[in-house]
Design a protein around this ligand. Structure first.
Ligand SMILES: C[S@@+](CC[C@H](N)C(=O)[O-])C[C@H]1O[C@@H](n2cnc3c(N)ncnc32)[C@H](O)[C@@H]1O
Length: 325
């Protein structure tokens, strides 16, 4: 691929390292992700950026600092699954509407837009364009430097510093895919739900949401045993407590009541599990990524056979809140 703008040597390194994230058969992707993180940190000047270590408290949740947001790239299963899912979504949009570039609105892009930039190796700027939003100046400034150094300006409709929970989305060009990546396990701390809700309200009904579905379930689980086994072991499933999809995003979360058929056994805790259906068959199952480790619920009411628990996803915390039912 010929580069017209940007630095050829930097682009060649970017291409080699990002290719490992695109190709699921590459085994040593952790090393490539680390090298890519180092390359982009240097190109962005992130180590010197004012505000690089500052988190920001917003009404819908806390925005991770630019340095912590940059590190998300290193959760390779997450990064790969998102990139693969976004790629499939772009292909579907393109098949449906080949007359114009697919427009991806990327909320919470961080300093590297790491879920989008690798796809510039797959698609031309005539196929996909991105609008990137982050609340942190240091992230959007970093991303602009990365885009310039790699000569990726033709792909960028805009890189904007803004709070995505308050952003007015221009009607044109129409958004085809809404990509939101501002979440932690159990949808705690970060404003994924508030951002998704606010932006979807302004977009056409057919817009494709990535991730398509985030599902939180409650169960009793022996976490030390699961960590030793590397996956779920003999759980008592209690039910789904919240799902974030394009359909549910527009409603206030509803409380659900769970009934405990028995008391927790020795070693068991009440936990909230997280799974992500990213797009089509691209998904993140439990324990596959930092996003999908179980979250232990602290300060529960006494748990006994017959205990009723009311669980509601509270958008102000944000996160699931558990009380006696
Ligand atoms: C978990 S990081 C992910 C970064 C990036 N998507 C990636 O994968 O490398 C979440 C990002 O969302 C941004 N963010 C959080 N809340 C936001 C908001 N309300 N508006 C815009 N950006 C926000 C944070 O500043 C942070 O850069």
């Amino acid at each position: 691929m010929a580069r017209v703008h940007g630095n050829q040597e930097t682009f060649d390194r970017f291409r080699r390292l990002a290719a490992a994230l695109l190709d699921a058969s590459v085994q040593d992707a952790d090393a490539s992700a680390l090298a890519l993180h180092e390359l982009l940190t240097a190109v962005a000047g992130l180590d010197e950026a004012p505000g690089r270590d500052e988190h920001t408290a917003l009404s819908g949740g806390r925005a991770l600092s630019p340095v912590d947001a940059a590190r998300c790239l290193l959760d390779v299963p997450r990064t790969r699954a998102y990139i693969a899912g976004l790629r499939a979504a772009i292909e579907d949009c393109r098949a449906q509407r080949p007359d114009r570039p697919v427009h991806v609105l990327y909320a919470g892009c961080g300093p590297f837009a790491s879920l989008a930039l690798p796809l510039t190796l797959v698609f031309g700027a005539d196929v996909v364009r991105f609008t990137c939003i982050d609340v942190h100046d240091a992230s959007t400034e970093s991303l602009r430097r990365v885009v310039t150094a790699l000569g990726l300006e033709p792909y960028m409709l805009g890189v904007h510093q803004a709070d995505a929970t308050a952003l007015a989305v221009p009607a044109s060009p129409p958004v085809d895919i809404l990509l939101v990546e501002a979440l932690q396990r159990a949808l705690t701390h970060e404003p994924q739900v508030a951002i998704t809700r606010h932006l979807l309200e302004q977009l056409a009904p057919g817009v494709r949401l990535v991730p398509q579905r985030v599902t939180l379930r409650a169960c009793l689980a022996d976490i030390p045993a699961e960590l030793a086994a590397g996956g779920p072991v003999n759980r008592l499933e209690l039910g789904t407590v919240f799902e974030l999809t394009a359909d549910t995003a527009s409603h206030d979360p509803r409380p659900c009541v769970l009934s405990l058929p028995r008391a927790p056994k020795q070693g068991e805790s009440l936990v909230i599990t997280t799974t992500l259906a990213i797009y089509a068959d691209h998904a993140l199952g439990e324990y596959k990524s930092g996003l999908t480790y179980p979250e232990i619920v602290g300060n529960t009411p006494p748990l006994e056979a017959g205990t009723q628990l009311e669980v509601i996803y509270d958008t102000r915390i944000p996160g699931p809140a558990v009380a006696a039912g």
